[in-house]
Design a protein around this ligand. Structure first.
Ligand SMILES: *[C@@H]1O[C@H](CO)[C@@H](O)[C@H](O)[C@H]1NC(C)=O
Ligand SMILES: *[C@@H]1O[C@H](CO)[C@@H](O)[C@H](O)[C@H]1NC(C)=O
Ligand SMILES: *[C@@H]1O[C@H](CO)[C@@H](O)[C@H](O)[C@H]1NC(C)=O
Length: 197
């Protein structure tokens, strides 16, 4: 019985030691949690997808349509390229923290769903100039969209994770949208260095 108790205490203290987490708030839009050999970075920010309005502000362009795009109820075959401003707050004039750049293709014949191929390029703070990729199926008509995070550069080497987005606002007159994103990116907590020949 005594041995059992000591054994249990050792296991509990081991679990407590390995479960110790270090959290850091690096800004209103980014925080980290380091636990064991993993680091989780949580982003919360807003993406401004500007289709219309003053031409100088446009950040998304349609570069191609398919022969059936205009008659398809899912706009099948439409291909857009974008470079959207990402800000800490919902106002477009709040601090720019990143750009999100990539392509969006309407690629479902029946429902409005987009194949997204995008990179978040951080432009501010601790992770300035690091990137991570987000690619997958975006179901435009669903209120909450989930997308995979697949790889990154700089601080986000070997990243994986997921993004959740909702439409924060949409302007019918211009077609401009603001998307609210929460993204969890998991990376190794220590730099992995190649040793040996
Ligand atoms: C255009 O961009 C400027 C500068 O970022 C901003 O102040 C203005 O509100 C934008 N206009 C629209 C229609 O988004
Ligand atoms: C694609 O079709 C849309 C809608 O008809 C049109 O506004 C746009 O100019 C077309 N773009 C290209 C590149 O064909
Ligand atoms: C981010 O990096 C760019 C390019 O090196 C630099 O011009 C800018 O001052 C940096 N911004 C911050 C907030 O560190």
């Amino acid at each position: 019985m005594k041995n059992f108790t000591i054994g249990s205490m050792l296991i509990i203290s081991y679990l407590l030691a390995t479960a110790t987490a270090t959290a850091a708030v690096l800004g209103p839009w980014v925080q980290t949690l380091t636990k064991g050999n993993k680091k989780i970075t949580k982003f919360h920010f807003y993406v401004h997808n500007l289709e219309g309005g003053p031409k100088a502000n446009t950040t998304v362009y349609v570069v191609a349509n398919a022969s059936i795009t205009s008659t398809s109820r899912a706009s099948f075959g439409r291909l857009e390229v974008f470079d959207d401003r990402v800000t800490a707050g919902p106002d477009i004039n709040s601090e720019q923290v990143a750009r999100v750049q990539g392509t969006a293709a309407n690629s479902d014949l029946h429902a409005t769903a987009i194949a997204l191929n995008t990179n978040f390029y951080i432009t501010s703070g601790e992770f300035n100039r690091s990137t991570f990729g987000m690619t997958g199926r975006l179901p435009s008509t669903e209120p909450v969209r989930e997308m995979p995070v697949v790889g990154g550069t700089g601080a986000f080497r070997l990243a994986r994770g997921y993004a959740v987005s909702t439409v924060y606002s949409f302007d019918f007159a211009t077609g401009n949208s603001v998307f609210e994103y929460t993204i969890y990116v998991i990376t190794p907590s220590h730099e992995i260095v190649w040793t040996g020949a």
